[in-house]
Each structure stands twice: as structure tokens, then as C-alpha cells.
Design a binder for this molecule. Structure first.
Ligand SMILES: NC(=O)c1ccc[n+]([C@@H]2O[C@H](COP(=O)([O-])OP(=O)(O)OC[C@H]3O[C@@H](n4cnc5c(N)ncnc54)[C@H](O)[C@@H]3O)[C@@H](O)[C@H]2O)c1
Length: 267
């Protein structure tokens, strides 16, 4: 898809990766709306990027808020061509039993329900039009769960699974789906995640953060080429290979001796 002139909506665009995605689409001449639960964050980023980027207040957990945002963008430019479900929250690193039910519900509401409602809001029209693209921000933890980050990892696995499933549902209608798997990237979230380390260690971690504009440019390329997986941080490959090796090694004989999987009739 040529993104020039296309209408792009980026959630959680009030900073970090969402702002990088918005900026990268704006660089390519797309018409971009950034939304955020914090309207001031969104407005600040829209002003920084310039190029006609528009800011809207938006709570991705609320279907009503999605309808308001959809109507506002359509009123400006017409149908949304590219939806980037990027808004997300995390939790402090902690053993899972320390996570409260309320924290669990909040992470799932923003990271999973938010993506689900966003997709549902725009999928029917994209299917009818026979064009469109959805980009969902997962995480490297959406392929590699991390100890002390169980609930966040689970929410990002859900984003990965949901996205991969709808990619196959939407492909026959000419609608694309991509998944972004960021590793450590500069943002309010990641800066806030740096634990109480001595200044020199904090500096090392800060220096390791990728700048969000580069993730944005990778997203634009993936939409242009209709690619499913967007790997911004390839340094995680050995860990993923080790995980896959462990999974492959667990495939042996069926639990029921002699069991043969039935083949579903095709056609
Ligand atoms: N920064 C990283 O290292 C990193 C790594 C992997 C994945 N991610 C993912 O990238 C995405 C962007 O995160 P970021 O690092 O740029 O963090 P960020 O905190 O800078 O950006 C997230 C934005 O989402 C907004 N938001 C929170 N709840 C919302 C809601 N209910 N409705 C609308 N907006 C809401 C926040 O106000 C914030 O501006 C998230 O999905 C995050 O999980 C980030």
C-alpha cells in the first residue's frame, strides 16, 4: 500500500512508540491522527511533529470513545485506511503473586480489550471497502514471556495471537495486518521502568533504548509491503530460538498410543 495521503489513526500517540509511528507516517505524506487518554500528551506530540497531525483524546477501553474518534477522523478526512493499535500500559517488575486483581484487569483492559475494540470498530468497513491495514503493537514479550513480567507478557501474547488470527480472516478481503514487537525503546513507559539503579547503570540502560522514530519507519515499510511480523530488535533471536527448541523437543509420541489426528474435510 502506498501510504501517501492515506488516513492513519495511532492510539497511545502521546509519546514514545506511538509518536514515532505517527511521525514516520507523517514523513511519508499521510494524514495522521494521534489519540491518547492524555489529551495534553497527544496535543504536544501533534504540535512537535507538525505536518497537519491532529490530536484527539481517546480511551481505547471504551467502545463509545472509539465511535467518537472514528466520527471525528471521518469528519476531517474520510475513512481510516491504517489503524495502529499502539496504546498500552505495563506494571512494575514483580513476582506474579504480588500483582493485584485490579492491576491485572487494567493491563488486560488497555492492552487486550483496547486492541479488540479498536479492530472491531474498523474491520467491517475495511472489509467492505476491500482495503485497509491494521498494525497492533505487541512486544518482544509477546513472543518471549519474561519472569516478573507475567501479566504484561500474557497481555502481549494475546495481542500477537489476536493479530495473527485476524490476518488470515482479513486477507481474502484485501485488508492487511502487522504486528510490531518492540524491544527496549525510549518512552515514558520504559524510562519509568528503569528501577532504582545507580546513575551509571541507569545511563547504560538509557543508552540501550532504541529511538521510537526508527520503529515508526519500520512500521511504515511493513504496511507498504504488507508484512506480518515487524522485528525492530533482532538481538532477541537467540532467546526465541531457544524457546522454540524447547517447544519442538516436547513434540514426541501422542499421549494416546496409536492416536491419529482426524483430517478435516476441505472445500
Ligand atoms: N517502550 C518499550 O520499550 C516497549 C517495549 C515493548 C512494547 N512496548 C509497547 O509499545 C506501546 C507504546 O508504549 P510506549 O513504550 O511508547 O509507552 P508510553 O507510555 O510512552 O505510550 C503509551 C501511551 O498510551 C497512552 N494510554 C494509556 N492508556 C490508554 C488508554 N486507555 N487509551 C488511550 N491511550 C492510553 C498513554 O497515555 C501513553 O501516552 C505499548 O503497547 C507498549 O506495551 C513498549
Amino acid at each position: 500500500m502506498d501510504v501517501t495521503g492515506k488516513v492513519v489513526l495511532v492510539t497511545g500517540g502521546g509519546g514514545g512508540i506511538g509518536a514515532g509511528i505517527a511521525e514516520a507516517f507523517a514523513e511519508k505524506g499521510a494524514r495522521v491522527a494521534v489519540t491518547d487518554i492524555n489529551g495534553t500528551f497527544a496535543a504536544t506530540e501533534a504540535e512537535r511533529i507538525g505536518r497537519g497531525v491532529v490530536a484527539l483524546e481517546h480511551n481505547v477501553t471504551s467502545p463509545e470513545s472509539w465511535e467518537d474518534v472514528k466520527a471525528a477522523v471521518e469528519g476531517l478526512w474520510g475513512s481510516v485506511d491504517i489503524l495502529c493499535n499502539n496504546a498500552g500500559i505495563s506494571l512494575p517488575f514483580q513476582p506474579m503473586e504480588a500483582v493485584s486483581l485490579d492491576q491485572f484487569d487494567r493491563v488486560m483492559a488497555v492492552n487486550v480489550r483496547g486492541v479488540f475494540v479498536g479492530c472491531k470498530t474498523f474491520m467491517p468497513e475495511m472489509k467492505t471497502r476491500g482495503s485497509g491495514h491494521i498494525v497492533n503493537t505487541s512486544s518482544v514479550n509477546g513472543q518471549l514471556p519474561h519472569q516478573t513480567f507475567a501479566v504484561y507478557s500474557a497481555s502481549k501474547f494475546a495481542v500477537t495471537a489476536l493479530s495473527e488470527a485476524i490476518r488470515d480472516e482479513l486477507a481474502p478481503f484485501g485488508v492487511g495486518v502487522s504486528i510490531l514487537y518492540p524491544g527496549l525503546t525510549r518512552s515514558r513507559m520504559s524510562e519509568g521502568q528503569i528501577p532504582d539503579l545507580p546513575e551509571d547503570k541507569r545511563q547504560v540502560l538509557s543508552d540501550m533504548m532504541m529511538e521510537p522514530i526508527w520503529l515508526g519507519r519500520a512500521v511504515v515499510r511493513a504496511v507498504e509491503n504488507n508484512e506480518l511480523h515487524i522485528i525492530s530488535h533482532p538481538d532477541h533471536l537467540p532467546a526465541l530460538e531457544a524457546r522454540m527448541d524447547r517447544l519442538h523437543a516436547a513434540f514426541g509420541e501422542p499421549a494416546q498410543p496409536g492416536y491419529i489426528a482426524a483430517r478435516m474435510p476441505t472445500g
